[in-house]
Design a protein around this ligand. Structure first.
Ligand code: SAM
Length: 255
């Protein structure tokens, strides 16, 4: 079953976008300041409905947004058109894509890398990010940690994520502890007049060991500059952090 289809519009019109806004308004500007980095071009991998990518294009960057979900990309396209912002959208798999351009910055936010369930796919995604960066460019991303997926998520086996008079969203979490793979069943009830329609999507995310993530980044060619538990405080990652934040740099070209 494909994901971000029926769920796409409920994802975009909800408190999920609070995370994206935090990245947009606080975390990304903070990274730019700390790294003394002024990118002119940006590739947002797993761009979703495009909020982050559109904001960067509005700020004057040349932007490409890449995502596998056609439904989310269509929403991104119409949001950009509404705001008369020009940027390019590409439907593709972030673990295997090739664009005929390079960027100063590559980003990937909000668990998106955890959707890659095979370590080879994560490795290929890091290689693709590296291949699409200019020398000296940065790859900035966050990921759920294993602790986040197998402990924090599992503290809430069932919960109501959204509730309005016309929509009810119930999430059910389960976990394959051996492989650090968690599933979130998103069960959506939409009011249709006097009846309710029910839809379901299952989202699967895998947590990776920090050492594996760092090794894959180094194997791809990156210099890992920061691995943080709280980027705004520049606090290093701790054992009980649910999310890690990484800034990795493609080295300057050597003569
Ligand atoms: C939690 S959403 C995050 C979206 C966006 N980055 C944001 O901050 O709102 C996860 C995104 O990852 C995308 N995604 C998952 N696997 C992908 C893959 N292999 N290639 C490209 N996009 C993928 C989904 O379509 C979805 O847009």
């Amino acid at each position: 079953m494909s994901i971000y289809q029926h769920f796409a519009r409920h994802y975009q019109n909800s408190q999920y976008s609070a995370f994206t806004r935090r990245v947009l308004n606080e975390i990304f500007p903070h990274w730019l300041e700390v790294l003394d980095f002024k990118p002119q071009s940006l590739l947002d991998m797993a761009c979703g409905a495009g909020e982050f990518a559109i904001a960067q294009a509005k700020a004057g960057l040349q932007v490409v947004g890449l995502d596998q979900s056609q439904t989310l990309l269509r929403m991104a396209q119409s949001a950009a058109a509404e705001e008369s912002v020009k940027l390019r959208w590409v439907q593709g798999d972030m673990s295997q894509f090739s664009l005929a351009e390079h960027f100063d910055c590559v980003t990937c936010w909000f668990d998106s890398l955890n959707y890659l369930l095979k370590i080879e796919d994560l490795a290929n995604c890091f290689k693709a990010a590296y291949a699409h960066l200019h020398p000296g460019g940065y790859f900035l991303f966050d990921m759920n940690t294993i602790y986040g997926i197998v402990v924090q998520w599992q503290k809430h086996p069932y919960f109501i994520q959204q509730e309005t008079p016309d929509y009810l969203e119930v999430c059910a979490n389960s976990c394959d502890y051996e492989n650090s793979v968690a599933q979130m069943r998103i069960i959506m009830f939409e009011r249709q007049g006097k009846t309710w329609a029910r839809h379901e999507e299952v989202h699967t995310e895998r947590g990776y060991a920090v050492d594996d993530i760092l090794l894959l980044l180094e194997n791809a060619g990156f210099q890992v500059k920061h691995v943080l538990g709280n980027p705004l405080l520049m606090r290093p990652l701790e054992t009980e952090d649910s999310r890690l934040w990484v800034a990795a740099r493609k080295p300057e070209a050597t003569m």
